[in-house]
Design a binder for this molecule. Structure first.
Ligand code: HSE
Length: 302
């Protein structure tokens, strides 16, 4: 017996300034995964696009591990597992490539084995594998998500803004692992910094919900992670300033970086070129892409 499933999963931008480990947005950049399960054969993994030649193609592959986690959970075994990834999400740049890989593996395996797991169970499994919920929630549910850990269980709320919002992402050519980007963070922060972030993340969610994007200039400010990660992304403040000078509402580090993301409803090219130029002035080669919010989240396409 053999089964084939194809899923499409969006990339994501997490944190969105002050919403460290809590806020995420699904973006219109995708990874497509084909899963083939058979009673005969072995493990075979092929990668096309971003990550070709870099992503492991053996049992260390995170998609395979996600597929296997579902098979173990539902008590199924397949001798032959074939995975083919067509990936457009840059790796280790803060656009949720590993969350998309994990979510793709979980959803494809769940669909292939009769959809016995709910979306919430998939969310919980993905959070355990990824380590935090803020990238996996938008990858699964689409839109803008707020995630909270309630003991060991992730809880989420998803919404779409009243008006559409575009995102211009400046992608520097260097990688930054989330592990490295978390190592520079302090163990504790001051009450003053906590209040700074609490007030801004509240403003951020209100502004996004209501489409009052002019608030983003202040609502994207952060004192919990960005100031510490600045040393890892040369030119970060200059790129933010360049984006705002060309009309962006505001800008932030995308996830753990190193991508920088500006929020706007117009002038994407003008903003993107200015961001790339500001990076270049700091000797960082970069390119930019313009994205909008993915509404659907992960879905089975075949
Ligand atoms: N919230 C995470 C971080 C996002 O900033 O470290 C990366 O997964």
């Amino acid at each position: 017996m053999s089964i084939t499933v194809k899923v499409r999963v969006p990339g994501t931008t997490a944190n969105c300034g002050p919403g460290f480990d809590a806020v995420g947005i699904a973006c219109t950049i995708y990874s497509e995964l084909e899963l083939f399960l058979s009673d005969e054969g072995t493990l075979r993994i092929e990668i096309e696009g971003e990550g070709k030649g870099r992503i492991p193609t053996d049992s260390n592959n995170i998609i395979y591990q996600a597929v296997q986690a579902v098979l173990d959970r539902v008590g199924k075994h397949y001798q032959g597992i074939y995975l083919k990834l067509y990936n457009k999400i840059p790796l280790a740049r803060g656009l949720g490539s590993s969350a998309a890989a994990i979510v793709g593996g979980l959803i494809a395996a769940n669909h292939a084995t009769g959809n016995t797991l709910t979306q919430e169970e998939i969310f919980s499994m993905a959070t355990i594998i990824e380590g935090h919920p803020d990238n996996v929630a938008p990858a699964i549910f689409g839109g803008i998500t707020i995630s909270v850990m309630q003991d060991t269980q992730p809880v989420h709320l998803r919404f779409m803004p009243e008006k559409m919002l575009n995102m211009v992402v400046a992608i520097p050519e260097f990688n930054l692992s989330t592990h490295t980007a978390r190592q520079v963070l302090p163990d504790t922060i001051t009450m003053k910094d906590a209040v700074f972030n609490i007030s801004r993340v509240a403003l951020l969610i209100g502004a996004l919900c209501k489409g009052e994007f002019h608030h983003l200039q202040y609502a994207l400010e952060d004192k919990v992670h960005q100031p510490y990660r600045q040393e890892l992304v040369p030119g970060m403040q200059q790129v933010f300033d360049a984006a705002v000078a060309k009309g962006a509402y505001g800008a932030a580090l995308s996830g753990a970086g190193p991508c920088l993301i500006a929020f706007t409803d117009s002038n994407c090219d003008r903003i993107g070129k200015a961001m790339v130029q500001a990076f270049s002035k700091c000797d960082v080669k970069a390119e930019y892409i313009s994205l909008s919010i993915d509404i659907e989240g992960a879905k089975v396409i075949e």
